[in-house]
Design a protein around this ligand. Structure first.
Ligand SMILES: [Zn+2]
Length: 118
């Protein structure tokens, strides 16, 4: 299955990440290339970690979609969302449980390429 990564779409205001059809939408925090101060350097480090977490979280949804198929994933997600608060939706519980895992070399490459092939 193929997915395309789209970063910082203008309309993404209410979520930091989302997987819709073949698109993985990510709202990344800015990371300065040349930090001038210690504060900026630390801020950059925190934002890199934040962005990685957002990406890893959405990747978990990608893996869930690959496992059960798109239709079943969204159907189940919506059915669970009606019954549960956001953090108790089983797909979210799983994604939050995995979002702090380090990225594999393959996952790093996908992010650099802007496309995922699983
Ligand atoms: Zn999620």
């Amino acid at each position: 299955m193929r997915f395309w990564i789209v970063k910082n779409a203008w309309w993404m205001r209410w979520a930091d990440g989302m997987v819709i059809g073949p698109w993985v939408w990510l709202r990344f925090r800015k990371v300065r290339k040349n930090p001038m101060t210690e504060y900026q350097r630390r801020e950059g480090e925190q934002n890199v970690a934040w962005n990685q977490r957002i990406y890893r979280h959405e990747l978990e949804h990608v893996y869930q979609i690959v496992k059960v198929g798109r239709l079943k994933f969204y159907w189940r997600y919506l059915a669970d969302a009606v019954k549960n608060s956001y953090r108790k939706i089983p797909a979210e519980v799983e994604a939050y449980a995995h979002q702090n895992e380090p990225l594999t070399p393959k996952e790093v490459k996908w992010l650099a390429d802007g496309k995922i092939k699983v």
